[in-house]
Design a protein around this ligand. Structure first.
Ligand code: DON
Length: 310
């Protein structure tokens, strides 16, 4: 029997001593000013037990982790029709890369790179005004986490808007291929607000429970078990951009990262895990977040590739 409370505390202690912490994102001031020595970890077990350590209660910018929740909402809105406009293959490229769009006719490789998430937002705006889509997202993550205190950081959303030249290029380029229907500014405004969701590790791990528990939260169905399985598969294959193969190799869990330094990881049937450390590796994923998850699977044997009896 593993003592999860002790393991989580031990990992937080180990990470405190780490000196190679990566580099904090610097493209917008609200991310650049976050202290590199922050570290939080929260593990929510299938039976509801929560183990947290370090800065697990402090809200941070979840950034691209929001792409998981946006994808879930878009699949709920249009189902498998989504896949006519976004692929399901790893990109092997940076999160904000434009290169594949040229040869692949404006169809992004997957919903977890920026181009794919922008199309996902466009799909949501096929039925909702931006204000409604942003409200729907906020209600959704609050419901998933069971926490009404989750907010969107308007300072982050505005800073994203002010510096979003690449995202503007991606959106306009896809529009030229006929894969973006809405007004570019409105689609990006929605996308930036999703990126600006602020959540703590505890809130994020709670919000990930539906992916741990076959689409349910506390017995209440959010999505089908098949859809939960498939979103987990996409997180495993595409959740860390050009670092996804290495994440699967080292950690072996579905996961999604953000440039705020957060990672949501799922051990299906076992636990929903959120880790936060703002220093990033070269591919824009949390350096210590990955290391902490690596330690967690070493301690627990939670990798999905671990042989299971029965
Ligand atoms: O859209 C962008 O480029 C930023 N909001 C960052 C997105 C992100 O988190 C990419 N991930 N690692």
């Amino acid at each position: 029997m593993v003592d999860l409370a002790a393991i989580v505390a031990e990992i937080a202690e180990e990470m405190r001593a780490e000196t190679r912490r990566g580099t904090v994102a610097s493209y917008i001031p609200p991310l650049a000013c976050v202290a590199v020595d922050k570290f939080g970890l929260a593990v929510v077990m299938a039976d509801g037990a929560i183990h947290a350590a370090g800065d697990a209660e402090e809200a941070f910018s979840i950034q691209s982790i929001s792409k998981v929740f946006a994808l879930t909402l878009a699949l709920g809105a249009v189902g498998d029709q989504l896949w006519a406009r976004v692929g399901r293959e790893p990109s092997g490229s940076a999160f904000n890369s434009i290169v594949q769009l040229e040869t692949e006719h404006g169809i992004p490789r997957n919903p977890f790179i920026n181009a794919g998430a922008i199309v996902v937002c466009d799909v949501l705006l096929g039925r909702l005004q931006p204000r409604e889509a942003i409200g729907q997202m906020l209600r959704f993550v609050r419901e998933l986490a069971g926490d009404e205190h989750i907010t969107i950081d308007e300072t982050v959303a505005q800073a994203e808007q002010d510096t979003g030249f690449r995202n503007n290029a991606l959106a306009n380029y896809m529009r030229a291929f006929g894969n973006l229907n809405g007004d570019v500014d409105l689609v990006l405004g929605t996308y930036f607000h999703f990126c600006a969701l602020a959540m703590s590790c505890r809130q994020l791990a709670l919000a990930g429970r539906f992916l741990m528990d076959g689409g349910r939260v506390d017995g209440h169905r959010i999505i089908s078990d098949k859809r939960a399985r498939r979103i987990n598969a996409l997180m495993m294959s595409c959740g860390h951009y050009d670092n996804s193969g290495d994440f699967a190799y080292r950690i072996g869990l579905p996961g999604k990262s953000g440039v705020g330094g957060g990672i949501l990881a799922v051990a299906p049937g076992i636990a929903s895990i959120a880790v936060w450390s703002p220093g990033l590796n070269a591919e824009g994923n949390s350096e210590l977040g990955q290391r902490a998850l690596e330690r967690l699977v070493q301690y627990t044997g939670w990798s999905v590739f671990e042989p299971r009896v029965g």
